[in-house]
Write a protein that binds this ligand. Structure first.
Ligand code: SF4
Ligand code: SF4
Length: 464
């Protein structure tokens, strides 16, 4: 029987070398560097000072608005400073609270001693617990989870999808979490259903993870409103829109959100964090991630505290000196870094280290059409990349033209770049155009604000 999938996509080598390695807890490092920018939206604002003693789970950063997330001390110790560090996701700098750990891992007094029955929580209580715990999307998107659990007015949610696709090559952390914590994922899924009013919960998994399918099927056995669906292994099956299409046959409209298709999608590790927040009152202070790549002699899946310096992970995975490439995330959508002087954040799903960096110059488009055939978003990536080059050559209208060609529908999956025989830098050009679009919008808003202020002054003059 043909199983549901999405159009386009690619089949990169899976290279899931760490699939059969158990999750290993990484020893507590002597120093934690906890960035305030760990979520999509506004970074948190530090609430602690140099010299202050902190306990595990104590709030150290408060959200700066609704689309923001709280940050907590990952272990006990003393704050040695608030420093500026590089935000690996954007390349900009952000404030980080630096904690010298005391090795005691003393819990904060506010953390509950006993678990509470999640069945007693209503939607508001679930959203509050999730917001208090600083939960964000752990698949890499880092969107604040309490916002996702607050569907826009007039949008009915009928289905919650727990995303266990993990379609990026090399990464196996979600796979191991599904094997180890299937029941917790189901509790998180049920909490999301309760918060959004959804009547149905589905776990989506690619068919290259039969043991995870088995574990999740055992965990949902006997529940009429829960299901596990298996999809052909194809990248980017784990992208929200592609998962929704494959699972439910629904399209998320252009510029829309999964809520527009009646769906909320949560990564399986996020589901665990939701369960931890609601049942045990635990903030998000650790995660499981994969360290892999041909420069790692002991690759594996590690449970690490947020703020752990990458150097500790590189040492634990026995990474050889002299490696050329370091990527945070998977090889398709992850970001190459120019320094290892970074720390693990809530969205760090993987750390890949390679002996040789693959650097391509990129040639002209030969109009082969491969990128169009493989784009999972029905776009013309060749056209978008040519518009990017045109913008760089001085054609400022190229951004508006790219909008007409679906610039904002691109999910930055990199499938087009993967198949391009000319090795064109498609994603870089598309990201650049999107950045220019954002800047243009900001400039327009600024102009409108200035105009409104000018009109107000004129009105006041007349009134005087
Ligand atoms: S990066 Fe964008 S344009 Fe390229 S294949 Fe993915 S969705 Fe299509
Ligand atoms: S795959 Fe590359 S060369 Fe072929 S049409 Fe797309 S951009 Fe052009």
């Amino acid at each position: 029987m043909t199983r549901a999938t999405f159009p386009g996509g690619v089949h990169p080598p899976e290279t899931k070398w760490t699939a059969e390695t158990d999750i290993r807890p990484l020893p507590l490092p002597p120093r934690l560097v906890v960035p305030m920018a760990q979520n999509l939206g506004a970074p948190a604002v530090p609430t602690v000072e140099r010299g202050q003693a902190v306990a595990r789970g104590e709030p150290i950063g408060k959200p700066d608005g609704f689309i923001s997330a709280a940050v907590h001390a990952p272990s006990s110790g003393t704050v040695t400073g608030i420093e500026r560090v590089i935000d690996a996701a954007t390349g900009r700098t952000t404030a980080a609270v630096v904690i010298e750990t005391d090795g005691k891992d003393r819990p904060h007094a506010s953390l509950p001693q006993e678990p509470r029955p999640w069945q007693s929580l209503d939607g508001d209580a679930i959203r509050q617990a999730v917001a208090d715990a600083g939960v964000v999307g752990m698949g890499g998107a880092t969107f604040p989870t309490h916002v996702k659990l607050t569907p826009p007015k007039g949008k009915a949610i009928d289905t919650v999808l727990a995303n266990g696709a993990e379609c990026e090559p090399y990464l196996t952390c979600d796979y191991r979490v599904m094997l180890a914590e299937a029941d917790k994922i189901v509790t998180g899924l049920r909490l999301c259903m309760r918060a959004t009013g959804a009547a149905r919960g589905i776990v989506g998994i690619e068919d290259n993870k039969p043991r995870a399918v088995e574990a999740m099927r055992r965990a949902v056995a006997g529940a009429d409103d829960l299901d596990v669906r298996v999809f052909p292994t194809k990248y980017p099956q784990g992208a929200e829109k592609q998962l929704i299409l494959a699972c439910l046959g629904r399209e998320v409209p252009t510029g829309g959100l999964p809520a527009d298709a009646g769906v909320v999608v949560q990564n399986v590790q996020t589901a665990c964090a939701i369960a931890e927040a609601c049942v045990r009152g635990q903030p998000l202070i650790e995660r499981v991630l994969t360290v892999s790549g041909d420069a790692a002699r002991a690759p594996g899946n590690f449970r690490v505290r947020i703020g752990t310096p990458l150097a500790a992970l590189l040492a634990e995975a026995q990474v050889q000196e002299g490696y050329e490439a370091l990527i945070l995330g998977g090889p398709m959508m992850g970001k190459a870094q120019f320094t290892a002087d970074l720390a693990v954040t809530k969205g760090t799903s993987g750390l890949l280290v390679f002996r040789r960096a693959a650097v391509y110059e990129g040639g002209p488009c030969i109009r082969c059409g491969a990128c169009v055939r493989h784009c999972p978003s029905w776009l013309n990536p060749s056209r978008l990349s040519i518009l990017g080059e045109s913008f760089l050559a001085g054609n400022l209208d190229a951004v508006d033209t790219a909008m007409e060609f679906g610039l904002m529908d691109c999910i930055l999956c990199g499938a087009c770049a993967y198949v391009c025989p000319s090795r064109r830098r498609m994603v870089h050009l598309i990201e650049m155009l999107r950045g220019e679009r954002r800047k243009a919008l900001e400039r327009r808003r600024e102009r409108e604000r200035a105009q409104a202020a000018g009109i107000q002054r004129e009105v006041e003059k007349v009134a005087d």
